[in-house]
Design a protein around this ligand. Structure first.
Ligand code: NAI
Length: 332
């Protein structure tokens, strides 16, 4: 029976990278029935809202979605579709594996980190208001429930994937109550996992340590904002946003997407690199129990990148998105 999966192509380069990834997955012959829905600025034009209810219903029904980047206006305009989807579907765990891709130039080799980011609250709760003109307040919401379940997720993931250590990243020296609660929940949950080493680091120090000696880390657990920032820093260790995937996981649904944005500067030129979205699709194939197709795509991607003959511009080549995808399909 075919897997039913919601496809949100996104905007900007989303159209190009999504089309490329769908073509590559189809070449593996895994039976997938895509349900394609639009979100973002295009959805406002057609449906009057950036996140139509049908999108959320579709992901809820299918339980799995593959999503391209969706642009969010800065400082005004509509709220983030990405944050909206995570909150509406309660996709509480953002999982970002950070690994080197053989052949991609990077500052470090043999990096293998897992970043687990709490995805539903913290400063991303979107609760901001103007107290009086010239003074605004942004609320950082932290609940014991969310901190506990993300800690359980991190330790369970560590145990399942035979990782040795979970480091919680915080700023509880300053935010004694909010980050303090995150830390307390981590400690309480961690006691139940004596086989996994525990470590605690303040976020600013973590950034410095990641740049100086990333090998000391294994699984890193953090709240929403730190996760957003630290995962981009970590992507920079292995060659940048073009090569790192991510998954947003909840109890009832999972949404897979690249970490990069809609890249308006190169949109529509057929030069975007589909690697990050493809690696997200590899995570998705593992999730839907198609590990063979996942492994074949990962291997074909490695072959193409290592041969250095057909690379997109960001990787130092001249190939178009289509040529790069064709090379992966040929390698399959
Ligand atoms: P961006 O990731 O779109 O672009 C940053 C730089 O990386 C640009 O120079 C771009 O050309 C390059 N780049 C990104 N992806 C690439 C790819 N696949 N191949 C080759 N080059 C690539 O970040 P930016 O400019 O900050 O954000 C643009 C828009 O994307 C914003 O509206 C933002 O809100 C949105 N965004 C959406 C995300 C999502 O849907 N999950 C995540 C991040 C940003």
């Amino acid at each position: 029976m075919a897997h039913k999966i919601t496809l949100i192509p996104g905007d900007g380069i989303g159209h190009e990278v999504s089309a490329a990834v769908v073509r590559i997955i189809e070449a593996t012959k895994v039976a997938i029935e895509w349900e394609t829905l639009i979100a973002g600025a295009e959805a406002i034009d057609r449906h009057g809202t950036p996140l139509p209810p049908e999108v959320i219903e579709s992901v809820r029904r299918n339980g799995v979605a593959l999503k391209g980047p969706v642009a969010t206006p800065v400082g005004g305009g509509f709220p983030s579709v990405n944050v909206g989807l995570r909150q509406a579907l309660d996709l509480y765990a953002n999982l970002r594996p950070v690994r080197n891709l053989p052949g991609v130039p990077s500052r470090f080799g043999d990096i293998d980190l897992i970043i687990v980011r709490e995805n539903t609250e913290g400063l991303y709760s979107g609760l901001e208001h103007e107290v009086v003109p010239g003074v605004v307040e942004s609320l950082k919401i932290v609940t014991e429930r969310a901190c506990t379940r993300i800690s359980i997720f991190a330790f369970e993931h560590a145990r399942k994937h035979k990782r040795r250590k979970v480091t919680v990243v915080h700023k509880a020296n300053i935010m004694k109550k909010s980050d303090g609660l995150f830390l307390q929940c981590f400690r309480r949950v961690g006691v139940e996992y004596p086989d996994i080493e525990r470590d605690e680091k303040i976020v600013d120090n973590t950034c410095m340590q990641l740049v100086m000696n990333p090998y000391q880390f294994d699984v890193l657990l953090m709240e929403n904002l730190y996760g957003d920032i630290v995962s981009d820093l970590a992507a920079g260790l292995v060659g940048g946003l073009g090569v790192v995937p991510s998954a947003n996981i909840g109890e009832k649904a999972a949404l897979f997407e690249a970490v990069h944005g809609s890249a308006p500067d190169i949109a529509g030129k057929n030069i975007a690199n589909p690697t990050a979205m493809l690696l997200s699709a590899v995570m998705m194939l593992d999730h839907i129990n198609e590990p063979e197709a996942a492994a074949r795509i990962a291997a074909a991607l490695n072959t193409v990148i290592q041969s250095k003959k057909t690379l997109t511009r960001d990787l130092g080549g001249t190939a178009s998105t289509t040529e790069f995808s064709d090379a992966i399909i040929a390698a399959l």
